[in-house]
Design a protein around this ligand. Structure first.
Ligand code: R5P
Length: 324
């Protein structure tokens, strides 16, 4: 396929990120409009011809999750009916990812249901970033390229390493230990682990700290900050245990519920996230602590490789953990 045959479109919530993706991939943004009917139904109209093209749509299924998910499905159907040759749904943040198993009786596995819906909408491929669990790739009956934002974080932390002093990576959730460990190895830092138990969607119980953080700058590394309960309680624990400073880093700035208030009042001095979910005005209460890194170039490079049928393995260099 020639480069000119590629089209990259943006969902309503991902226009800024999609522009960065287009810049990295070296193509102009595809023209399309998404509107809502008065009753809330979503409608997509393509203003570009996509017949026989290799098409990509950047949409995060972040809040409002169900509206964005429906927009993704409708966009995909729209491209299929307009005779796109291949459709890749680029999902920087995959909502419902935490509903990935039955951890009690009589509950759904909604991550699988969503994967089924995306497959049924006739997508050909999925490009995702830091899925909550790597196994979610297997929920799709189509190829999934699963990128890690770790190289983006590594470049950032490596560039400010001189400011950080004696550094200790802390995984506030055992599910992310391998990724935190990989990052600790990359940065030449120590590793500590906190065991956490989720009580409800809003509340967690932080248990013991395994490792020594006394006098160190703690870098919490997790896949997402949702209500902030996990990272704030973990930050309070490491400060009680003698840490000199605590920085929180997470790929997905879900920032739901009372996250802003909790993070603003917490001992966390800096919060580093990516633009898989737009931050904007809603993050004003934590603006003085917040740094947003972009994964636009990473996604653009991946799309370039997929389009050219080249391996994307090179993009996993400096990738921590074994999530791919
Ligand atoms: C847990 O499984 C995730 O890795 C995060 O630790 C969690 O989702 C964060 O949620 P919250 O910010 O609501 O504690």
């Amino acid at each position: 396929m020639m480069e000119a045959e590629m089209k990259i479109f943006a969902g309503r919530n991902s226009k800024v990120l999609a522009q960065k993706v287009c810049d990295a991939a070296g193509v102009p943004m595809g023209r399309a409009r998404t509107n809502l009917f008065p009753d809330g139904e979503v409608f997509v109209k393509l203003d570009d011809d996509v017949r026989g093209r290799d098409c990509y749509v950047v949409i995060s299924t972040c809040s409002p999750v169900n509206d964005n998910l429906m927009e993704l499905l409708v966009f995909c159907d729209c491209l299929r009916r307009a005779s796109a040759k291949r459709i890749t749904m680029v999902i920087p943040y995959f909502g419902y990812g935490r509903q990935d198993r039955k951890d009690e009786g009589r509950v759904p596995i909604t991550a699988k249901l969503v994967a089924n819906l995306i497959t049924a909408s006739n997508a050909d491929r999925v490009l995702a970033v830091d899925l909550h669990a790597a196994q979610i790739q297997g929920f799709f009956d189509l190829p999934v390229d699963h990128l890690s934002a770790t190289p983006v974080f590594f470049d950032y932390f490596d560039s400010i390493k001189h400011e950080l002093g004696d550094l200790c990576l802390v995984s506030p959730d055992v599910g992310n230990v391998k990724v935190a460990e990989g990052m600790a190895n990359l940065l030449g830092a120590d590793l500590a682990i906190i065991n956490k138990r989720r009580l409800t969607g809003e509340t967690v119980e932080v248990g013991n700290l395994i490792g020594d953080v006394r006098g160190k700058t703690v870098l919490m590394f997790d896949d997402m900050i949702s209500t902030g309960g996990t990272v704030v309680q973990a930050a309070e624990l490491v400060m009680e245990e003698g840490a000199s400073d605590v920085i929180a880093a997470a790929t997905h700035a879900v920032l739901a519920g009372k996250a802003m208030e909790k993070l603003a009042a917490s001992p966390i001095s800096r919060i580093i996230v990516t633009d898989t979910i737009p931050s904007g005005e809603r993050c004003a209460p934590i603006a003085n602590k917040l740094t947003v890194l972009s994964i636009g170039e990473l996604l653009g490079n991946a799309i370039h490789c997929i389009h050219e049928n080249k391996s994307i393995s090179a993009l996993f260099k400096r990738t921590a953990g074994a999530k791919r």
